[in-house]
Design a protein around this ligand. Structure first.
Ligand code: SAM
Length: 264
């Protein structure tokens, strides 16, 4: 628990992953990276005390936010009128981002200094809306961002990399040290940009099956594909598809996983 002048008297709640940005230079860099333009449809996850909210409203004219903490919602309501800020009270994990996606073109932009305790499920939730998003800019623990952007064959490459790279092109923009927040987290953070891939870049016929195969391939990282994928296909079938069954899952690209899933 932390309450002092840095947070205007608000007690930072650990259960909501509250680490508030307090470094103006970092806020500027993030807002610059987002390049928000007036009239765009943007939603911020977890506005908190408004470090990013304020400069985004200045650029956009209007912003949507999703916040779970009632004390922070009350503060936001006091500070902003509904003409410039629409507050969606509740859990971003359950939020239907589809309601903010108007028209045919993918237009919704999502931003947020994400609560570290729900960052992975939140990314999976957002992936379900990928075809309707224009992009996402997020602050996350650096270790998580390294896994999101990882290439096959590296130690960071795993289920998170494959499942997100199936939908998005991923770019790590820059790192943010613990001292930029109050209270300071224990670890370094990074900013990542996620841009949905053009429709059909990867086309798993059955995305649920694709997800099950990826999960199985990485459930026991040290085991070979012959072992981890045993429940789906045998070594001979893998060879017929052009894969060496003695390899580990970390050697397969997103396209390789799609090939396997579509062959079943
Ligand atoms: N954007 C602010 C900043 O950069 O200073 C606050 C970032 S803080 C790391 C995370 C924010 O997400 C907090 O405001 C927290 O209350 C909010 N939050 C936590 N869990 C949430 C959830 N499930 N849904 C929506 N907001 C959540």
């Amino acid at each position: 628990m932390n309450s002092d002048a840095h947070t205007g008297g608000h007690t930072a709640r650990r259960r909501f992953g509250q680490n508030f940005l307090t470094a103006p230079g970092i806020v500027s860099r993030i807002v610059e990276a987002i390049q928000a333009r007036p009239g765009e449809s943007v939603v911020e996850i977890g506005p908190g005390l408004g470090a990013l909210t304020q400069p985004l409203i200045e650029r956009l004219g209007h912003l949507h936010v999703i916040e779970i903490d009632r004390d922070l919602i009350a503060r936001l309501r006091e500070k902003y009128n509904s003409g410039c800020l629409t507050i969606h009270e509740g859990d971003a994990l359950k939020f239907d981002f589809g309601v903010l996606c108007a028209g045919e073109n993918p237009s919704l932009r999502v931003v947020g200094n994400l609560p570290y305790n729900i960052s992975t499920p939140l990314l999976f939730h957002l992936a379900g809306f990928a075809s309707r998003l224009r992009d996402g800019h997020f602050m996350l623990q650096k270790e998580v961002v390294m896994r999101m952007v990882a290439a096959p064959g590296t130690v960071e490459y795993g289920r998170l990399s494959v499942m997100l790279q199936y939908h998005f092109q991923m770019e790590r923009l820059f790192d943010v040290p613990p001292g930029a927040f109050h209270p300071a987290p224990k670890v370094t953070s990074s900013i990542v940009r996620m841009t949905p891939l053009p429709a059909g870049t990867y086309a798993a016929h059955d995305e649920a099956r694709f997800a099950r195969i990826v999960a199985a391939a990485f459930a026991q990282r040290r085991k070979t594909l012959r072992n981890t994928l045993r429940g789906f296909l045998d070594g001979i079938a893998l060879e017929a598809l052009g894969f060496d069954p003695s390899l580990r899952g970390e050697r397969l690209s997103v396209a390789d996983f799609v090939t396997i899933a579509n062959a079943l």
